[in-house]
Write a protein that binds this ligand. Sequence first.
Ligand SMILES: [Zn+2]
Length: 277
Amino acid sequence: MNDLQAADTQNEGDSVVNARTFVDEVKFNTELRKFYSGHNQNSKKSEWTDEKIKNVIKMIENYNKAKVLGRRPTDKEYYHAKKYDVMTFSDEKVLILKRKSQQDPVIQVVPSSKYYQTILDAHVATGHGRRDKIIYDLKDKYMVPVLAINIFLQLSKTCLSKKSFPKTGIVVKPLITDDFNRRGQVDLVDFQSSPDGEYKWMLQYQDHLTKFCFLRPLKSKEAKEVAIEILKIFLEVGCPNILQSDNGRRKHRKLNSLHPCQRGTRHCCFQFIVCQV
Ligand SMILES: [Zn+2]
């Protein structure tokens, strides 16, 4: 296993752990119990317990034996043998849905004790997929009732896929810039916790297209000091059409208040700097 695969496995592991903490297995089974306790044993929606699966497997085996022995199968045996089949996976007998041909997928009837793990695996395998993705993932492999998937999802309201992120902040809509000096970004970096002598701030100015960057130490973030440094940069490389600052809202407001024009055109950039100096 190379490092990347190892990292992948690690991520997958984290993902499962996350999903597990978001959907509590005990709560899931409690909800499932509540649902099934409202149904009687003969209902079509009765629970596929481990015991019921064992019984059906037995009935199908009896049905097959009856055919060989020339005995007439019971109605129950006949009924189940028409709908289900038995397969052996690694020495374990499992109940599957009857297939019309060899090409049909093998769909295993999952006992309710394994719903949680089966749904969890599908949920994680589909990148924390919701109802339809889980159903699609399971449909050719496992028979799990939709109600169990619904219970799982009801309990996973806070799962990764649903985690809401603040509408403003970290993720900024990408801006497309076609030329040098079309757009310049100015930000102040706070070095108050590790000042270099009297320099406690750093001005960072970056051209949006080329990423060419200027760094200037500042003693304070006062408008005058900032303006002098920006002016020096503009005298060196020219002034951008748009001067922007969106490194955090507070700074934005501050620079806007320094800046006479919200749009920050070249003309008012100069005006602003000239005024401050
Ligand atoms: Zn999830």
